[in-house]
Design a protein around this ligand. Sequence first.
Ligand code: URA
Length: 233
Amino acid sequence: MIRLNKFISECGAASRRKADELIEAGRVTVNGKTVTNLGIKIIEDKDTVSIDGEPLRIERKVYYLLNKPRNVITSTSDEKGRKTVVDLINTNSKIFPVGRLDYNTTGLLLLTNDGEFTNFLLHPKNKIQRVYSVLLDKPLDIKDKQKLLRGIILDKKKSKFQSVNVIDNKTFKRVKVITVEGRNHFVKNMFGILGYRVKKLERIKFGPFNIEGLKRGSYIKLSKDEIHKLLKI
Ligand code: URA
């Protein structure tokens, strides 16, 4: 829920003060009904706000943080009819995922309709960190850990993790890795080259965002202010 005048100004249609004047003058409708109450709140993704009968066209930027479950495709649609990450979010905004997680990967995925924000997070020059929790099919050998840190050749390019930490000292199969790479299947391929199979993969952090406290399959909506604060922009 957001105050109507704030919504109008965030759409770039008028300043908040000017929006109040428009509301008082009876020029604003919500879902076709004229509203003159200045304190009114609307549901930003659902209600249609018009000024002088013209629906506000500028789409407000929305941001969602999803804890992706397994067996959901990171796409806006799927020709095979599989469930997509967009299907999990209740919104009328045309959102898309920021990067991708594999079908069977779980964890943190951002969805938005903000292209600039997406480009910023995905551009390699910005070196946004991704933190993954990995379950391997066999214990991680210390020599392989060093190789992953020093760098190995993947797709003809020297590739490495920024950090690799075994997080259980019984089986040595649970590993936390940090990378700034966004290439598809990067984590699985890095371990794959050294003869390991990734049995489970979960992204727990992406830049300043983390999955803590968010149940698998659920999501939260972030405000633009929160996004700016988190990214310190
Ligand atoms: N690396 C992978 O191999 N898969 C993912 O889903 C994300 C990173």
